[in-house]
Design a protein around this ligand. Structure first.
Ligand code: GLN
Length: 308
């Protein structure tokens, strides 16, 4: 028998499959090659059930979704107090690539905007002969429950054109938020954004966060339990760029989007959601992704602040 959730996801997918609004990101030249018709929706529960429809096994780059997870690694490496002394947890209300740093200290407002994510990257420590990017890859792989790799073409493309992020990196260096030459940190950040995932991976990553940090498929711990609420906290307040307030009001789930077209959302204690659709709205969030999550929240009563 086909499960009612599976049937529901099929209907939801069909509802939006022909919507062709929005634009695929093109400020990273290589990203503009994404097929706007690709569309996948996946739900993974904390007990390891996975429901998926559409292009859920198609690889794309994680982009800013990585910021939420890498923040967990920085917290594990340096502890909460140290990380908070460098990177705030206040929504900025500004675009993801805004050059917005707190007056005086130069601390980025939060780890979900580029400035904060680059600073977060700088907090991850190379360890046991593993470089930062190797550690980030392995860490994100723990959430996905499989070995992940980097899309080299996207990485090169972003590295060649990422002048604005470089400028942010140098400002962070100026304020002592990054301790060394920002070059290596920026290349690590570009590589981190270029990690390849699928929509299914995003749902399982979300289910891992919903499951106090234990991946429900592999049963292995991906993040120390004590930092799960920190990660979900910044996702809830800052995860959708300058649409974060609208998002928590309407959808009511901690979430993170990326310009590759992915959205990862979490109903704590219950499930993870992954949506993939490359065309973006004016804030840089997946347009179909927002619509799907809005409907999912309403129709399955998932709003965290109005539990069924
Ligand atoms: N790599 C992208 C950047 O830094 C990530 C941005 C995003 O997904 N919003 O510009």
């Amino acid at each position: 028998m086909v499960s009612p959730i599976q049937e529901y996801l099929k209907t939801l997918h069909a509802r939006y499959a022909s919507v062709m609004d929005g634009h695929v990101a093109d400020y990273i030249p290589e990203l503009s090659k994404a097929d706007p018709r690709l569309f996948g929706i996946c739900i993974a529960t904390r007990d390891g059930h996975v429901y998926e429809v559409g292009d859920t096994r198609h690889s794309f780059t994680i982009q800013s979704v990585s910021k939420a997870l890498a923040y967990g690694l920085a917290l594990e490496d340096r502890g909460e107090e140290h990380v908070l002394s460098r990177i705030g947890v206040e929504p900025s209300g500004e675009a993801f690539n805004a050059i917005s740093l707190k007056e005086g200290t130069g601390a980025p407002f939060n780890p979900m905007i580029n400035a904060g994510a680059i600073a977060t990257c700088g907090q991850v420590l190379p360890k046991d002969e593993h470089s930062r990017i190797e550690r980030i890859l392995a860490y994100l792989g723990g959430f996905a429950g499989r070995t992940l790799d980097i899309d080299q073409a996207i990485y090169q493309s972003e590295s060649e054109t990422g002048h604005r992020n470089r400028a942010i990196g140098w400002l962070l260096r100026n304020f002592g938020i990054i301790d060394e030459d920002p070059h290596e940190t920026l290349e690590t950040y570009f590589q981190q954004c270029s990690i390849r995932v699928t929509c299914r991976d995003l749902a399982i990553m979300g289910a891992t966060l919903a499951n106090q940090g234990i991946n429900p498929i592999t049963q292995k711990r991906a993040i120390a339990a004590e930092y799960v609420d920190n990660v979900l906290g910044v996702m809830a307040t800052c995860g959708m760029y300058d649409w974060s307030g609208e998002w928590i009001y309407r959808v009511g789930l901690p979430a993170k989007s990326g310009v590759g077209g992915g959205i990862l959302a979490v109903l704590p204690g219950q499930l993870g959601i992954g949506v993939f659709s490359p065309p973006l709205d004016s804030q840089g969030n997946s347009l179909r992704g927002i619509r799907v999550c809005t409907d999912l929240s309403r129709e399955l009563a998932l709003h965290m602040l109005n539990p069924a």
